[in-house]
Design a protein around this ligand. Structure first.
Ligand SMILES: *Cc1c(COP(=O)(O)O)cnc(C)c1O
Length: 399
């Protein structure tokens, strides 16, 4: 299979999103690559079978190992993230499992940020522990101080920035530098920023994970993940994905590829609306604190300004104390903000953050008063009106 023709000039990320992973003139000029529904792949003759058959890493030899549709998505994701290679898997969670198990074995030690996505934390505490990997959770604000936690058997430092639900920004280059002096692999869950607003490979990350379920596909209708790597880290990740039989259906890959084409315009709108709502909420009497690194007063703002190119539409808020019935009235009084897990689609969402018992290093204050908001692509004035109506319900039950 030929990869798409490389561009002669180096393009900027928004341009790369539109071009990577497609080669129209290999497909009679059709702008988008065709979708291959294929399990069995036929070999031309015995010579073809003997030469290509055993090479399962990057060739089209069996559906589970990837079709031209898989490789088109992977090529586009690698270009988008600014890495060298990418491996597509069936969900963000699978991407985390493949990335971690690629670099860890029994007897190894893993350093994981305390604010990692809940199911990522449980994967370390349960599944990896069962296979003899020990995990220590570290303070998201530790920075270069991570050096003191690195043991002789520490193999991986796992980051997620900003943190899930609590939005602490990590000093990624500082942590990566300390990890590399001890030969640890640096894995980052880059889902919040998407490939556009944090460039992982420019900040010392070795392996970048995207839950492409979120902004990459962008329409709340696909489960998809990608693990993007440098050239050196690619082979072990590819082999691990194959060992686990991790694979993705062609239509989901196609939707992921299609989502990438519009990521830049969507994300800029998510950013604009998210910041506008965050600023408005910060001034509301019902709100104690907004958790958004793009706000000037946020503890992560300086690092965010230094390292990020923008903000997505996902942020948090802590409400002032009120009876739980008042919070329920607020949520039930919203019309445009749906309640549902996941985010990154075109629609606005809100959920209680459920942070009780979700942190090892420092328990989160006010776990019952913390909420997560996803600013969708609706008119932001309508979103603000909706929250205002919700607050009227809250006040009516506040007593
Ligand atoms: C949603 C999410 C995941 C998991 O992705 P799925 O596609 O739902 O499996 C991983 N990391 C982060 C930060 C997420 O928000």
């Amino acid at each position: 299979m030929s990869r798409s023709r490389p561009d002669k000039r180096k393009h900027r990320p928004a341009t790369v999103l539109g071009r990577a992973g497609r080669n129209p003139h290999e497909h009679r000029g059709a702008v988008n690559p065709p979708v291959f529904h294929a399990s069995t792949i036929l070999f031309r003759d015995t010579a073809d079978l003997r030469t290509r058959g055993p090479n399962r890493l990057d060739d089209v030899v069996y559906g589970r190992f990837g079709t031209p549709t898989t490789f088109a998505f992977e090529e586009a994701m690698a270009a988008a993230e600014g890495g060298t290679r990418s491996v597509a898997v069936g969900s963000g969670k699978t991407a985390v499992a493949v990335a971690l198990s690629s670099f860890l074995a029994a007897g190894d030690h893993l350093l994981m940020v305390d604010s990692a996505y809940g199911p990522t934390r449980s994967m370390a505490q349960g599944w990896l522990a069962r296979f003899g990997v020990e995990t220590t959770f570290y303070d998201p604000c530790i920075g270069a101080g991570i050096a003191a936690l690195i043991r002789d058997n520490t193999r991986v430092v796992f980051l997620e920035s900003p943190g899930s639900l609590t939005f602490e920004v990590q000093d990624v280059p500082g942590i990566a530098a300390a990890a590399h002096t001890r030969d640890c692999t640096v894995i980052l869950d880059n889902t919040w920023a998407s490939p556009l607003f944090f460039r992982p490979f420019e900040h010392g990350v070795d392996v970048s994970i995207q839950a492409a379920t979120k902004y990459v596909s962008g329409h709340s209708d696909v489960m998809l993940g990608a693990i993007t790597t440098t050239e050196e880290t690619h082979v072990v990740v590819r082999k691990t994905a194959q060992a686990l039989g991790a694979t993705v259906g062609p239509d989901d890959l196609y939707l992921g590829l299609r989502g990438l084409r519009t990521l830049d315009v969507r994300l800029r709108r998510h950013m604009e609306s998210g910041l506008a709502l965050a600023r408005w909420l910060a001034d509301r009497p019902e709100v104690e604190r907004v958790l958004h690194p793009g706000l000037e007063g946020d503890p992560g703002h300086a690092l965010w300004r230094r390292d990020f190119l923008g903000a997505s539409g996902l942020f948090g808020m802590i409400l002032r104390p009120a009876p739980s019935a008042a919070y329920d009235a607020f949520l039930d009084g919203l019309e445009l903000f749906g309640m549902g897990y996941s985010w990154g689609g075109f629609e606005s969402l809100i959920v209680p953050s459920m942070l009780r018992g979700a942190r090892d290093v420092a328990p989160w204050p006010a776990p019952e008063r913390t909420f997560r908001i996803h600013a969708g692509l609706e008119d932001v004035a309508d979103l603000q009106d909706d929250l205002e109506a919700g607050f009227a319900h809250l006040e009516s039950r506040a007593g």
